[in-house]
Design a protein around this ligand. Structure first.
Ligand SMILES: Cc1cc2nc3c(=O)[nH]c(=O)nc-3n(C[C@H](O)[C@H](O)[C@H](O)COP(=O)(O)OP(=O)(O)OC[C@H]3O[C@@H](n4cnc5c(N)ncnc54)[C@H](O)[C@@H]3O)c2cc1C
Length: 492
C-alpha cells in the first residue's frame, strides 16, 4: 500500500469496532465520539504530511524491498545520514503537534523496526518468534499502521511480583495454549491513544522473577480483537470546549487507557515471546526497543520544551514584565535548559555507534541525560509560566464574552497588554498558557514527561551503574599517581 493518507487512516478506524469504554458507556464508533474526533484529525494530518510536497521527501523514502514509499520511522538506520532521515520525521511530527503528543505513529514504528533488525535476539530462543517479528514489521510497514503499547502491569501491589499478586490474572498472563493461538487474561497499562490506533503491541520492562513465566510475554494484535477491553480515563476535554478557550486541550488530548484481556486468543504468528523470563527481561535492552525510540522522545521533548519556553517568553513580553531582572533570570534559565537539550541531542546523533549487527545507534549517555533532565526542566518551564502569568492566567474571559457586544468596550479596554498587544491577542496567548500550566490537560503533560518511559528515579539508577561501567576515572587515577610517588619517595 505505501504511505497512507489521513483519510485512509480514518477509513481504517471506521472499519473497526474496538471495545472502548468511556464515562461508563461503550463507544460504538470512535470517529463519532466527540472526545476522540479532534485528536483523530490531528493524527490524520500527520499521515497527510507524508504526501505533502513540503515534507514528503524529508519524512518518507522508497523501500528497497517493495519499491513502495514508506515512512522513515520504518528505516533501519545504518549510518548517520539514516539517523538524520529518522530525525526529520520525528521533528516534523513533533512540530505539527508542538511536542504535546508523545505517541504519534513514529514512536512505536521505530520500536518494531528495531525489534525487526534485532530479530537475532528472538532467534536465540525460538525461530518462530524471530519469523513472527520480521513478518509483523513488514505488515506494519507495508500497511502504514498505527500502534499503541502497554508495557506496564496495573498498579496494584508493587512490592510483589506478578505471580505473587492476589489473583493469578491481575497481571496479564498466559492461560493456555490452543491450536489457534495463545489465550491470555489480565490487564496491562497504560495504553496511550489506544482507542484511535490500529494495533496494540505488548511487551514489558525488565523485572520478571522466577515464577513469572506465564507473564513473560510479547505479542501484537489488532485493537478490535474480541475480548480486548479498553477502559479510558476521564477525558481532559469532552470535545465540546471551544478552540478559542482551549486552543491546545481541544486538539491534542492523548487518551490513556487500561487494557483488559478477557481470554483473548493471540494467533501463534503474532507471538514474539512467551514463557521465558530471561528473554522477557532482555528484550528491552537487547533489541534497541528503549534506545532507538529515545531518539524520537528526545526530539519531541526538545520541541515541547521549546514551545513552553516560547510561551513563557511571549507571556512576559505581552505584559511588559521582561524588563525586570527576576523575570529575565527565570526566562534565561529556560533558554539555557532548552539549549542544553538541543546540544545533548546533537551529541547523541554525532556520537552514534554502529552495533555489531550493523544498526546505527544514537549515543546512550546523552540520550539518557535528556531523559533524566527533562522531568526537571519541563516542570520548571511550567512553573515559570505560572509565576510570570500570575493572576492574569485566571482572569481571561471566554470566547463567548468576546462575541457579546454589550461587553465589547470593557473587553477592549481592560484586557489589553503592553502597547501594541490587543485584548484579543493577550487573552488568546494567556489561554494557550493556561492550557499548558493550569488545566488538567497540562498536568497530564507534566506527568507524561516524568513517566512516559518508566520511573525516572530507577532509570537514573540504571544510568549511573552504566555510566560507572563505561566511564574509567582516568583523572583521579592520574592525580593519585602523585600520591603514590610521594609514598614511594617517603619510603626511600
Ligand atoms: C501520561 C502517561 C502516558 C503513558 N503512556 C504509556 C504508554 O503509552 N504505554 C505504556 O506502556 N506505558 C505508558 N505510561 C506508563 C509508564 O510507563 C509508567 O507510568 C511508568 O513506567 C511508571 O510506572 P507506574 O506509573 O506504574 O509507577 P510505579 O512503578 O507504580 O511507581 C510509583 C512510585 O513508586 C516508586 N516505586 C515503585 N516501584 C519501585 C521499585 N521497585 N523501586 C523503587 N521505587 C519504586 C516509584 O519511584 C514511584 O515514585 C504512561 C504514563 C503516563 C504518566
Amino acid at each position: 500500500m505505501g504511505v497512507r493518507t489521513g483519510a485512509q487512516y480514518i477509513e481504517g478506524l471506521k472499519s473497526r469496532k474496538p471495545e472502548v469504554w468511556l464515562y461508563g458507556r461503550k463507544v460504538t464508533n470512535v470517529f463519532e465520539e466527540p472526545v476522540f474526533q479532534q485528536p483523530i484529525l490531528e493524527i490524520a494530518k500527520l499521515y497527510d504530511m507524508q504526501h505533502d510536497p513540503e515534507y514528503r521527501d524529508q519524512i518518507t523514502h522508497i523501500c528497497e524491498e517493495t519499491g513502495e514509499r514508506v515512512n522513515n520511522a520504518f528505516l533501519v538506520p545504518k549510518s548517520y545520514e539514516d539517523l538524520m532521515k529518522r530525525r526529520a520525521v520525528f521533528e516534523a511530527f513533533a512540530k505539527a503537534t508542538f511536542g504535546l503528543m508523545g505517541r504519534t505513529p513514529d514512536f512505536l514504528n521505530v520500536v518494531v523496526t528495531s525489534m525487526y533488525h534485532n530479530a537475532w535476539f528472538f532467534e536465540k530462543y525460538n525461530k518462530n518468534w524471530a519469523d513472527n517479528i520480521r513478518n509483523y514489521y513488514k505488515y506494519l510497514r507495508d500497511n502504514d499502521l498505527f500502534l499503541t503499547h502497554a508495557i506496564i502491569n496495573p498498579q496494584n501491589d508493587r512490592s510483589k511480583s506478578s505471580h505473587e499478586q492476589k489473583d493469578m490474572f491481575t497481571h496479564l498472563g498466559a492461560v493456555k495454549e490452543t491450536p489457534d493461538g495463545l489465550v491470555v487474561r489480565g490487564a496491562k497499562m497504560l495504553a496511550t491513544l489506544a482507542p484511535i490506533t490500529d494495533e496494540v503491541i505488548i511487551y514489558s520492562f525488565p523485572g520478571f522473577k522466577p515464577g513469572d513465566e506465564r507473564y513473560a510475554l510479547a505479542f501484537a494484535i489488532p485493537i478490535d480483537t474480541p475480548g480486548l477491553r479498553i477502559i479510558c480515563r476521564e477525558p481532559m476535554q469532552d470535545g465540546t470546549r471551544s478552540l478559542f478557550d482551549h486552543p491546545l486541550a481541544s486538539r491534542f488530548e492523548e487518551m490513556d487507557a487500561l487494557l483488559v484481556f478477557d481470554d483473548v486468543v493471540v494467533p501463534w504468528d503474532r507471538v514474539f515471546l512467551y514463557n521465558n523470563v530471561e528473554a522477557a527481561n532482555l528484550l528491552y535492552p537487547m533489541t534497541g526497543a528503549g534506545q532507538q525510540p529515545a531518539h524520537q522522545s528526545g526530539v519531541r521533548g526538545l520541541i515541547k520544551l521549546q514551545f513552553a519556553t516560547e510561551v513563557a517568553m511571549k507571556l512576559a513580553d505581552s505584559i511588559g514584565v521582561d524588563v525586570y531582572l527576576n523575570v529575565q533570570n527565570d526566562l534565561g534559565e529556560l533558554a539555557q535548559s532548552l539549549e542544553s537539550i538541543r546540544a545533548l541531542l546533537r551529541v547523541a546523533e554525532l556520537e552514534y555507534t554502529i552495533t555489531e549487527h550493523g544498526e546505527a545507534m544514537p549515543a546512550y549517555i546523552p540520550l539518557e541525560t535528556i531523559r533524566g533532565l527533562l522531568p526537571k526542566m519541563y516542570p520548571r518551564a511550567i512553573e515559570v509560566m505560572q509565576i510570570i502569568g500570575a493572576g492574569g492566567l485566571l482572569m481571561s474571559p471566554t470566547g463567548a464574552d468576546f462575541e457579546n457586544e454589550e461587553l465589547r468596550d470593557s473587553i477592549d479596554n481592560y484586557y489589553v497588554g503592553r502597547e501594541g498587544v490587543s485584548s484579543f491577542d493577550r487573552v488568546s496567548l494567556f489561554k494557550l498558557a493556561w492550557d499548558l500550566c493550569g488545566e488538567a490537560f497540562g498536568q497530564r503533560l507534566l506527568q507524561y514527561e516524568r513517566y512516559y518511559t518508566g520511573d525516572p528515579i530507577r532509570k537514573r539508577g540504571i544510568f549511573y551503574n552504566n555510566f560507572k561501567r563505561m566511564h574509567a576515572p582516568d583523572l583521579v587515577e592520574e592525580a593519585l599517581k602523585v600520591s603514590m610517588l610521594k609514598k614511594e619517595m617517603a619510603a626511600k
